[in-house]
Design a protein around this ligand. Structure first.
Ligand code: TXA
Ligand code: MG
Length: 343
């Protein structure tokens, strides 16, 4: 796997690789994506192989202009309203697909997920290629998403399917794009992200939120978004989410000592309260964007430390913190403890 910079010369090499049917990890404002020419089924197949991704989990197609949007799907009035307000940026829309989109990209569904990223490097790469790029997060399936080039290198370094990674620094949002489906009677949030429910409702007051955003799906329930049913974001160590005050969380950990090597992923300023454990501070609940930016990096750092157990402090799930909470629910396999209730 080659490591490319964001120089014009290297981005030309990157777009040549993509046009030739190779796959390349590229930075976006949300997380690093593992990109392929979305119109080339053979290239897209390499993405599924490289990630070990189940074939029933469809991919997001990345574009750099509205003309491409109209080539790939049938946009509704709501879609244009969202595009006007939030593109380019961390919002993905699900719309009825046009036949040009290969079946492998949409996992056989008759809808397609489309996003116009705002990251200057991602934009440049899509324009240079002149084709839309299918790109899931560039992690091994099930692992925390990569928000730094180092994360991609750690997951993909010996992967025969990945031709290169473009090293473009840390991703600004740190969690994947907000996903909104526009195929049903009402617009529906399938995955929370940096574009919040509150912001979306300013444009689409009738937006609903899929049950799976905050709950684990019963086995029998058909997922609106196939990605919601797969194991996600999980570190190797057992992970437990703790909601409540610092004091109640400290008490909970003290009362549940089990001799396991433990890391606490805590809020800024809480480190000294968890003095008995190794800590990784990941931001402040008052600035939930900081939590989003660092959550995957913190989960990965905890794993690298070789710990057996991770406690993660959770902020109330409003605004951007909803996206963080949604990822932590899945990282912990829905193991969430309200430490206030136990006092
Ligand atoms: O921020 C992002 O969205 C990143 C960057 C690289 O753009 N990409 C990303 O892709 O997070 P991925 O594959 O990790 O997540 C895509 C999600 C999955 O949950 C998938 O099931 C859902 O979008 N999805 C894709 N196409 C869909 C469709 N037609 N209907 C419903 N859900 C769909
Ligand atoms: Mg992913």
């Amino acid at each position: 796997m080659r490591i490319l910079s964001t120089s014009t010369e290297d981005l030309e090499i990157c777009s040549r690789l993509l046009k030739d049917g190779d796959i390349v990890a590229i930075p976006t404002e949300t997380v690093y994506g593992l990109a392929a020419n979305a119109l080339d089924s053979k290239a897209v197949e390499k993405i599924f192989k490289a990630k070990g991704r189940p074939a029933d989990n469809p991919l997001i197609v990345h574009i750099s202009d509205i003309a491409a949007f109209e080539d790939l799907c049938v946009p509704t009035k709501e879609a244009y309203m969202l595009a006007e307000k939030f593109w380019p940026g961390p919002l993905t829309m699900i719309l009825p697909k046009k036949p040009i989109v290969p079946t492998i990209v949409t996992a056989g569904l008759d809808s397609v997920a489309i996003r116009m990223p705002s990251h200057p490097t991602a934009k440049k790469i899509i324009s240079l290629c002149g084709v839309p790029l299918a790109a899931p997060s560039a992690n091994i399936s099930g692992k925390p998403s990569p928000t730094r080039a180092e994360h991609v290198i750690s997951d993909m370094k010996n992967n025969p399917f990945v031709a290169a990674v473009v090293s473009g620094g840390a991703c600004e949002c740190g969690v994947e794009s907000t996903v909104v489906s526009l195929t049903g009677e009402h617009p529906c949030l399938l995955r929370p992200g940096a574009v919040t429910v509150e912001q979306l409702r300013e444009v689409l007051p009738d937006l609903t939120v899929a049950q799976a955003v905050l709950q684990s799906l019963p086995e029998t329930e058909k997922a609106l978004s196939p990605g919601l049913k797969h194991k996600h974001y999980a570190p190797d160590a057992e992970t437990v989410c703790l909601c409540g005050s610092t004091e109640s969380a400290v008490r909970y950990i003290e009362n549940h000592k089990d001799g396991k090597k433990t890391v606490v992923i805590c809020f800024d300023g809480e480190q000294s309260s968890f003095a008995d454990c190794e800590t990784i501070a990941y931001g402040s609940p008052e600035k939930p964007e900081t939590l989003a930016e660092n959550v995957f990096d913190a989960l990965r750092k905890a794993d690298v430390s070789g710990c057996e157990k991770i406690y993660v402090r959770c902020a109330p799930p409003n605004g951007t913190a909803l996206a963080v909470y949604n990822r932590l629910l899945r990282a912990s396999n829905f193991c969430v403890i309200n430490t206030e209730e136990l006092i």
